[in-house]
Design a protein around this ligand. Structure first.
Ligand SMILES: *[C@@H]1O[C@H](CO)[C@@H](O)[C@H](O)[C@H]1NC(C)=O
Ligand SMILES: *[C@@H]1O[C@H](CO)[C@@H](O)[C@H](O)[C@H]1NC(C)=O
Ligand SMILES: *[C@@H]1O[C@H](CO)[C@@H](O)[C@H](O)[C@H]1NC(C)=O
Ligand SMILES: CC(=O)N[C@H]1CO[C@H](CO)[C@@H](O)[C@@H]1O
Length: 767
């Protein structure tokens, strides 16, 4: 099974909406209070792990030589810090081994798990000398945080040596299960179990078991109500070598071991005797029979349901070939995974043969089956893996791989993205109950410091899905890869980590979609619904009747019929006034709230009161951000309306009165020397714009790309300061704000938040 790209992918490039409905920049995200940055404004935390403790309402962070405990209940938010450097002498030793002092020779905390009622287990790289310890975090309600220095012990087989090598671990019953490379040179990969009272266990060093693995996730998933059947699952990638080639390919795997595995008695002593693995397939079927595989597992999210035994497994994959790059999300059911492990073992006579299903006799107890009441019968007493016959252990060692791959639900990805500029790294899923049923909302962390929020909707009666990118949130100022993401459904928050720091981001901010019913519906955000007066967070428990929202068929014409939205609303927005100089360029800004909307410009010129569509040509250009006049004519003066159209819903987004200042008039305005301080011309009223009286002036330079903006300003100042003293204050203030691109609407659809957001540059639409 080789990586192949079929032409059928073309439809994938073409289909799907690649632009988010709402894109919030770093600054806007902070300004809207949607995001709170715990760390990351400056310097680097060197963050490697994050543990969200919902019970204690605390967030624990592990970084470079440091551990943090943060309280999450808003007002009293505080942080406690533990400094935890490498042990004495280790930094020097690390340096002598030629490691980079800046990035390697520190203690990067890479394990942070709840251990028992009062303690966390923490392990760090210790400058290439891994170490573990317990951290006292106390009971709920107390904010204690201290490291038990006496408990520091070796972290070998528990924590990687390297700050960044792929690694996954989990604590089950006081024991640490870790998938990692356990030596200095990176040649000893394995699945390890340690801590607790039992003797440590690991995989043998054998490329049949694990070939250069990269571990992504580890989880306990019970099989049934018999705790003896509990299994630890590992998700990883490894190399495979095809029979007919020398090339390595990467495949994704799910592997598992029994929690009660105790190793063998004569064979496989202190080695796993129940380890099995299977391929995880995530591919796009092509009509020509050639599938495109996404083989690089990036992240795994377990969507826990009421049934603890059957979480839904969401896995994020990527593929980077020279033909194309893309990401996909596939969903796996535990029933399908178990079926593969209960199915045939893979077998090949030699590395030169092809894999086939093993058809010989499989010894009893079947390898991979945990010792339990079922195997411990009066005649066949297998109470522990140490009782298993050697034949079973030999078979297990020779046949770790299952023949069948695990296929995703509906045999296809839930989501495929081939058109994104960023690579997707992290995945978190929230299943929300909306008026029209359940929706899966995916939060995808990119390698550029941003998070995409995507809703995936199953079309009625088919496996075909449709997705909408609801939002793109720039959580970090720098384009750093997102490396951690946790969701708190209870708090309706997302915790997003990168090496720089951690941010808390609200899952939704419904107001930001707009103030009209149709905007709320078109947003198709299952978290939000129109409550009759505003777009607000939808809570299924609420019994309000007017709730309207339809994620499946966002058709505002049906949803919001009685909301007066399809009426001619030309006069519904506040008018802005913009001055432009004749013969120079000027720009009327208008960015639709949804990039999927199309824009139409209308103009109403004073003499005939008729509204005409603006005719664009070489001189008047319609851009994504608005209308650009390369060279302004006298007859361009008039009132310009920017209307957007989406799903039959039209809306006036901006109304601008454009006044053209004749060139002769400007030529007569008072001349000033080149070095002069800019305007001493503002009306002499100090309280007019108390702070930064000149800042608006800079903004206008972006809006009106006139080489001599001072003249525009002089004109305005003369106009408003010379006469009508009782009006000038407000009018001047208004003119300035307008010129600065700040909306002065007092009410209605163009609040300040929108106009600010609308000024965010957008990527060019896919054309
Ligand atoms: C954000 O929070 C600050 C402080 O709590 C508050 O002053 C500000 O008005 C808030 N901004 C928004 C947009 O809600
Ligand atoms: C938790 O584990 C630590 C470390 O082994 C131990 O010192 C502590 O007593 C344990 N606490 C409880 C409540 O079991
Ligand atoms: C719709 O508009 C009419 C007239 O403009 C007004 O009387 C009515 O109250 C509006 N309905 C709603 C639901 O806003
Ligand atoms: C009225 C005005 O500001 N006109 C200016 C337009 O731009 C040219 C240069 O491109 C200037 O020379 C004019 O003064």
């Amino acid at each position: 099974m080789r990586v192949a790209v079929s032409l059928s992918l073309c439809w994938l490039w073409a289909a799907g909406l690649s632009l988010p409905r709402l894109r919030l920049s770093y600054r806007e995200l902070l300004a809207s209070n949607r995001s709170v940055l715990f760390f990351g404004h400056r310097g680097s935390l060197g963050l490697r792990c994050l543990y969200l403790d919902e019970y204690r309402d605390r967030l624990f962070l592990g970084g470079k030589d440091v551990l943090y405990s943060l309280l999450l209940d808003g007002a009293t938010a505080g942080a406690k810090e533990i400094y935890w450097p490498p042990r004495p002498g280790q930094t020097e030793e690390c340096l002598q081994k030629g490691k980079d002092p800046g990035t390697d020779c520190a203690n990067y905390v890479r394990v942070l798990h709840p251990y028992n009622r009062t303690h966390l287990l923490a392990c760090g790289t210790g400058a290439f000398h891994p170490m573990c310890t317990f951290v006292y975090v106390g009971h709920r309600g107390e904010h204690t945080f201290s490291l038990d220095a006496a408990s520091v012990e070796s972290g070998r087989g528990r924590c990687p040596h390297e700050p960044s090598r792929a690694f996954a671990s989990t604590v089950i019953g006081g024991e640490l299960y870790a998938g990692l490379t356990a030596d200095f040179l990176g040649r000893d990969p394995g699945v390890f179990r340690s801590m607790g009272t039992r003797s440590a266990l690991r995989t043998e060093v054998d490329q049949r078991l694990l070939h250069d693995p990269k571990f992504v996730a580890a989880h306990l998933i019970p099989d049934n109500d018999d705790r003896d059947n509990d299994k630890a699952y590992f998700f990883f990638t490894e190399k495979v070598v095809e029979a007919d080639s020398r090339e390595h390919a990467i495949v994704s795997r799910v592997g598992r071991v029994c929690v009660n595995d105790a190793g063998g008695q004569r064979v496989l002593v202190n080695k796993w005797s129940t380890f099995n693995k299977a391929r995880l397939v995530c591919s796009v079927p092509g009509p020509d029979g050639i599938d495109t595989y996404f083989d690089e597992l990036e992240d795994v999210f377990l969507l826990r349901t009421k049934d603890r035994k059957n979480p839904e497994i969401y896995a994020l994959f990527s593929t980077v070939s020279h033909v194309f790059r893309g990401s996909a999300v596939c969903v796996y059911r535990m029933a399908d995974i178990r079926e593969v492990f209960n199915g045939p073992f893979a077998h090949r006579e030699s590395p030169h043969h092809q894999w086939a299903a093993y058809e010989g006799r499989v010894p009893y107890p079947r390898p991979g089956v945990c010792p339990s009441k079922t195997t411990n019968q009066p005649r066949r007493q297998y109470g522990t893996t140490k009782d298993f016959p050697d034949e079973v252990l030999h078979f297990a060692r020779a046949h770790p791989l299952m023949f069948q791959p695990v296929l995703p639900r509906h045999r296809r990805p839930l989501l495929v993205k081939t058109d994104l500029p960023q690579r997707l790294r992290q995945l978190v899923v929230d299943r929300v109950e909306a008026e029209d049923g359940q929706h899966d909302i995916l939060f995808l962390g990119t390698d550029a410091g941003s998070v995409l929020k995507v809703v995936v909707t199953q079309k009625t009666n088919s496996a075909v899905t449709e997705e909408v990118i609801l939002e793109e949130l720039q959580v970090f100022k720098m384009p750093v890869p997102i490396t951690q993401m946790e969701i708190s459904v209870k708090r309706q928050m997302l915790y997003v980590g990168s090496s720089l720091g951690v941010a808390q981001v609200r899952l939704h901010q419904c107001e930001s979609y707009g103030t009209a019913c149709a905007e709320c519906c078109l947003a198709r955000d299952p978290y939000c619904a129109w409550d009759g007066t505003a777009c607000t967070h939808y809570q299924p428990s609420g019994k309000r009747r007017q709730r309207r929202q339809d994620g499946r068929h966002a058709n505002p014409a049906h949803q919001c019929l009685d909301q007066n939205l399809t009426v001619d609303d030309f006069e519904s927005v506040e008018e802005k006034v913009l001055y432009g100089a004749e013969d120079n360029s000027t720009f009327l800004e208008c960015v639709p709230r949804s990039p999927q909307a199309s824009v139409q410009w209308f103009v109403q010129r004073p003499p005939d009161e008729q509204r005409d569509e603006v005719k664009t040509d070489e001189r008047i250009v319609q851009t994504e951000q608005g209308l650009l006049f390369r060279r302004l004519h006298q007859h361009d003066a008039g009132t310009y309306y920017c209307k957007t159209l989406e799903h039959g819903f039209t809306q006036t987004v901006a109304k601008t009165a454009l006044r053209v200042i004749p060139s002769q008039q400007l030529a007569h305005s008072s001349p000033r020397g080149p070095g002069d301080e800019l305007p001493a011309l503002l009306c002499p009223e100090p309280r007019l714009v108390p702070q930064a009286p000149k800042s608006w002036f800079k903004d206008i330079m972006h809006l009106v790309s006139s080489p001599n903006p001072r003249r525009v300003e002089e004109y305005c100042a003369r106009l408003w300061c010379s006469s009508r003293p009782q009006h000038r204050k407000s009018k001047l203030a208004q003119a300035k704000l307008v010129l600065a691109g700040v909306d002065v609407a007092k009410k209605g659809r163009t609040g300040k938040a929108h106009s600010e957001r609308n000024r965010v540059p957008r990527h060019a639409a896919a054309t």
